[in-house]
Design a protein around this ligand. Sequence first.
Ligand SMILES: O=C(O)CCC(=O)C(=O)O
Length: 289
Amino acid sequence: MAVSPAVDRIYDYGTENEYPPNLYHFDGLAEGIDGFNSLTEAHVAQFHEQGYLVINHAFTAEEVQAALEGMLYLVSGQHPTFKGVMYEHKSQGVAVEDLSPEERQDYVRKFMWFVEYEDRLKAMSAHPKLIEAIGQIMGERPVLFQDMALLKPPKIGREKPWHQDHAYFELALEARVVGAWIALDEATVDNGCMIIIPGSNRQGPVIHFKRRDWQICDTDVNNQGALAVPLKPGGCLLFSSLTHHGTPTNHSDRRRRAVQFHYRPASAPKTSLEERLAIFGEEGKDVTC
Ligand SMILES: O=C(O)CCC(=O)C(=O)O
């Protein structure tokens, strides 16, 4: 493999990929509804109760293909000004610029802030049925405020430790923030699908520590009752920003590409870094990890 000189690439800071063997244990598989058109008031109530809702066949094969093409265009460096790519730590030393777009994506950990660079991805984030479903859940007009995706490449795609997304957001705790995680490949228990803890959204905020990531301490994770969320391409997991979730390492030789969008209610008050850390950080609290 060719070794490149230092280039201004951004790498995932997490080098450590060892974690307790049962950290991503799950007791069952999440079930979903078939398409956005099946959404009822009972499903909305289930979302608030359980902190998630799975929508199978949310996007068509054509919509998934368009999103994949948009993703490949951006992560392979074809857009002249897009810079939102972060590489897996294990790809350090690989001259990714010399690789084909197909090959290059398999070193990418994350790409973000992409919708303004790519109409095909923007179209997915603004899909009328997605927006309507999220609006029903929030009871208000949803506003996209973050677009970010982990690609979890075959063999080297690192875990995303357990966390609550709200720990990353400067938004009032009571704001009903909803994440949409959309599978572009089949996501399975082998290639690192989402693992969630139903009902954990009702337990309030949990302290996060900077360890292998900004995460819930491994020893604070209670994954009894956890569910894996395998999805076919075009399947979508909607989840609360307080739902505990994580994804294990992709040890398989299968891709697990996905995109993720976060929406806030239009009226959600913004907060500050200080307020966020006062809630989710360890500082000044008698906690250890
Ligand atoms: O895509 C994944 O593996 C996990 C994504 C996630 O939980 C996040 O970025 O907050």
